[in-house]
Design a protein around this ligand. Structure first.
Ligand code: PRP
Ligand code: URA
Length: 206
C-alpha cells in the first residue's frame, strides 16, 4: 500500500483555511481548487513523457512533452466535483467519468446512484474524492472502476482518516493514495477529526 501526503507549506496553509468553520463556500471552493491542483501535480508525477525536437528562436533542442495517453479523472459525486477543474486545466485531453455515491446519515454506508465512465482500459485513472472517512465510498468507487476495465488506478483525497487508508489498503492494496492531510480518527458518526465537517455541504452551501 502506498500513501503520499503533501508536504508543501502551501498545502498546510490551504488545509487550515478549509478546516476553519468560518470559511464561506465561495472561498472554500477556491481553496478546494488550490489544494486539488497541488494533489493533481503530485499524483501525476510519474506519467509518461516522450522526446520532441523543436526549434527555439536560437537553436534546435529536444525537449520532453507528455506522451499521448489521455488521463481519466473520476470524481465521486458530489463533493469530488470540487477537485476536477485542476485536472482539466493541467491536462487538456483528460476524460471525466462520474460515480455517484452517497453515505447514509445513520449508518455511514455509501449507496450508489449514478455511474457514467469513459473507456478506462490502458489509461491512468484518478478517482477523486475530498474525504476518505470509513473508506466505504472509495472502496466501492474503485471496485466500479476496476469492473469497467480500469487497471491503473490512483485515489486522490484532501483529508484522510487512518481507518479509511487502512480500508482502501485492505481491499485495493495496489491503488496508491495521494492526500493532503492524514487526520487523527473518526468520531462516533464516522466524521473525520479534526476534519473539516461535511465537505459537500461546505462546497455547495447546503
Ligand atoms: C462524503 C465524501 C465521500 C464520503 C466519505 O460524501 O465526499 O464520498 O462522504 O465517507 P466514507 O469514506 O465513510 O465513505 P457524501 O456521502 O457525504 O456525499 P456528498 O458528496 O453528496 O456530500
Ligand atoms: N464526509 C465528509 O464530508 N466529511 C467527513 O468527515 C466524513 C465524510
Amino acid at each position: 500500500m502506498s500513501l503520499t501526503i503533501l508536504t508543501h507549506p502551501l498545502a498546510g496553509h490551504v488545509i487550515t483555511h478549509l478546516r476553519d468553520k468560518t470559511t464561506k463556500p465561495a472561498t472554500f471552493r477556491t481553496l478546494a481548487c488550490q489544494i486539488s491542483l497541488l494533489l493533481a501535480i503530485e499524483a501525476t508525477r510519474r506519467i509518461e513523457t516522450e522526446k520532441k525536437p523543436i526549434e527555439t528562436p536560437l537553436e534546435s533542442v529536444t525537449g520532453d512533452v507528455l506522451a499521448h495517453q489521455p488521463l481519466v479523472v473520476v470524481p465521486i459525486l458530489r463533493a469530488g466535483l470540487g477537485m476536477v477543474q485542476p485536472f482539466l486545466d493541467l491536462f487538456p485531453d483528460v476524460s471525466v467519468g462520474y460515480i455517484g455515491l452517497e453515505r447514509d446519515h445513520e449508518t455511514a454506508v455509501a449507496r450508489s446512484y449514478y455511474c457514467k465512465l469513459p473507456k478506462l482500459d490502458g489509461r491512468h485513472v484518478f478517482v477523486v474524492d475530498p474525504m476518505l472517512a470509513t473508506g466505504g465510498s472509495a472502496v466501492k468507487a474503485i471496485e466500479v472502476v476496476k469492473a469497467h476495465g480500469g487497471t491503473d488506478v490512483a485515489l486522490v483525497t484532501i483529508v484522510s482518516s487512518p481507518e479509511g487508508v487502512a480500508e482502501v489498503g485492505k481491499h485495493h492494496p495496489a491503488v496508491p493514495i495521494f492526500t493532503a492531510a492524514l487526520d487523527r480518527e473518526l468520531n462516533a458518526r464516522k466524521y473525520i477529526l479534526p476534519g473539516l465537517g461535511d465537505f459537500g455541504d461546505r462546497l455547495y452551501g447546503t
